[in-house]
Write a protein that binds this ligand. Structure first.
Ligand code: SAM
Length: 190
């Protein structure tokens, strides 16, 4: 959560946000942030029963929906955390296209994913790749594969620095050229 500054956003949609626990932590940390949790109806129902959101309920909307069909409009940040690896390229493009339709010009998409290192340096990503292939038919991608998917929808891709223990990569996509805040610019090697 400390990798990027969510406090600069006003409204974040956690797309496929599961039980809402990550969104709840974000809203607790950033008192001015509004949140929308989007997930499938049965997941939203279970999230309500789990009760992770009441503390931030006045600032959080729960939406039962389908991210292939409709993503809530008007937010300035859209989080896709551990979503894309569940799906093949065609489905990822559908999600990104739907998200693009929801975004304002200045909105950002924050992607959290494992990334396959072709040298085999990140065995957890390789294990996740196998897991995704067997369980969901998805895959963990190399940064080059992700970049090629994003290039159709984003004018700028900013890879945030992540600590190696996190074993996750955070990419910020912008559709407005040059409008993105830059702190460091680590390279995206394919
Ligand atoms: C791997 S989980 C990730 C959950 C959460 N983002 C996280 O980081 O823990 C994928 C999530 O996507 C949701 N999901 C799958 N298909 C969906 C769809 N068509 N529309 C909305 N949510 C969907 C699942 O219910 C699940 O909560």
């Amino acid at each position: 959560m400390g990798v990027i500054d969510f406090g600069r956003f006003e409204h974040i949609v956690d797309v496929g946000g599961g039980d809402g626990s990550f969104l709840a932590e974000l809203l607790k940390t950033h008192g001015n942030l509004q949140g929308t949790l989007l997930d499938q109806a049965h997941v939203i129902e279970a999230a309500g029963a789990l009760g992770v959101l009441p503390e931030v309920a006045p600032r959080c909307r729960k939406v039962a929906g389908d991210f292939f069909k409709s993503i809530p409009t008007g937010a300035d940040a859209y989080l896709l955390k551990w979503i894309l690896h569940d799906w093949d390229d065609g489905k990822v493009v559908e999600i990104l296209r739907c998200g693009r339709g929801a975004m304002q010009a200045e909105s950002r998409v924050i992607v959290v994913e494992h990334i396959i290192d072709p040298s085999g340096a990140q065995p957890i990503a390789a294990l996740m790749d196998l897991n995704m292939m067997v369980v969901t038919g998805g895959l963990v991608r190399t940064s080059g594969e992700l970049t090629r998917l994003f290039e159709r929808h984003a004018s700028h891709i900013h890879p945030w620095s992540t600590p190696s223990w996190l074993q996750a990569h955070v990419l910020e996509l912008s559709s407005a050229p040059g409008a993105i805040a830059r702190s460091s610019e680590p390279s995206l090697n394919s």
